[in-house]
Write a protein that binds this ligand. Sequence first.
Ligand SMILES: Cc1cc2nc3c(=O)[nH]c(=O)nc-3n(C[C@H](O)[C@H](O)[C@H](O)COP(=O)(O)OP(=O)(O)OC[C@H]3O[C@@H](n4cnc5c(N)ncnc54)[C@H](O)[C@@H]3O)c2cc1C
Length: 398
Amino acid sequence: MTAFPTVATRTSALDRLAQFLPVAGEDYAKLRNLHQPEHDHVSRLSPYLRHRVLSESEVIDRARALHGNRADVFVAEVLWRAYWKGWLEMRPQVWRETQAGVYAGLARLDRDRDLAHTYEAACEGRTGIEGFDDWARALTTTGYMHNHQRMCFASIWIFTLHLPWELGADFFLRNLLDGDPASNTLSWRWVAGLHTPGKAYLAKSEVITSLSDGAHWPKGLATQSFVVAGPSNPVPGPCPQGGAWDRQLPTALLLHEDDLSPDWLLNAGLRPQSTAFLVAPDARSPRPVSPLIKAFLRGAVEDCSRRLGPDLSSLHGPVQGPGAVDALVAWARQTGAAQVVTPFAPVGPVAGLLASLDKRLAAENIRLIRAMRPYDAALWPHATHGFSRFHQAARHLV
Ligand SMILES: Cc1cc2nc3c(=O)[nH]c(=O)nc-3n(C[C@H](O)[C@H](O)[C@H](O)COP(=O)(O)OP(=O)(O)OC[C@H]3O[C@@H](n4cnc5c(N)ncnc54)[C@H](O)[C@@H]3O)c2cc1C
């Protein structure tokens, strides 16, 4: 079983990228769906990309430099992340509805003992379904699950075990090192048939057996999907835009778990007089969040401080927990900054905290500037419809 680094550094991300690059062309296109114990034909870069220890642009550039258009399949997969983020930015209510669904699902478990037993067996890998149980256990011990296994896991969770999809999304979010509000929520909706109405994903036993080279023969899988109740896709609202900071004003920088490589801000001329870090792993779920995620975030923050400490000056934090917003207001006041610049946080727990912080800082006459990476600003507005329309536009923009 592949052991993921529970401590994240940019050096380990770059090492993994260098190790993977030779197979990012035709090999990836042909072999990426195989269920191999070591997952050697996929990049396993997602924990780094999720927290932007590594950026999508640099991964795309390196893959194209080596493979030219033979890297197209890999590049398309990397673009899915921006598609899901942009889609959710224009429909943030889907995140709120999903969170409400998690609470409703947990309340159902309190009322229904059979459902609660099935849920616990699914989370602990004790259902007796081959493959599914192995993937569940691998997820909780390594923080990773292969993409095709995620699709099959979600499908079995919903259509064979009849568990609420929101609880499955929550199980992933609190265990995956790459747990991401947009990619995770919207992929679960996609499997459930909510994203593309009428098109659910049904896991098939023979496909799992073939892709795992006979290692898993799951029995008793649902042979038909059913219509999963849930709100339909909302009409997209406007895509948010980033703000610009005033170079003349005293400035503080607030980094957070959604973007731990501020090089692009420093290269754009940002000179903070103080820098704070915000992490919010416990805000991912009402249930306990994996210690692997916490260790990964701790490592990534330490690594960022070590790498860029001299440019970031006067480091503070990481700030976390229920008093985080109060602590950040006190920090901002103490720095004497007139503006706090922060990388734009996409819809999710950090963006929620930043919304509260924004209001509190405004009362102190301090502006919160959400600076958007050019990659996000260029791609997100194209996520208005399905992925193929997005991809047509996006592949020429990166
Ligand atoms: C039910 C379900 C839940 C998921 N939850 C998450 C999640 O919480 N966080 C997350 O990052 N991804 C999620 N994914 C997408 C995908 O499974 C992972 O990004 C991928 O498996 C990560 O492994 P890798 O880095 O080896 O991928 P590779 O195959 O090497 O792909 C390279 C990169 O492309 C991106 N990527 C590839 N496929 C997808 C995809 N379908 N959607 C979005 N980005 C993609 C990732 O950044 C990935 O690191 C989910 C998929 C499903 C079906």
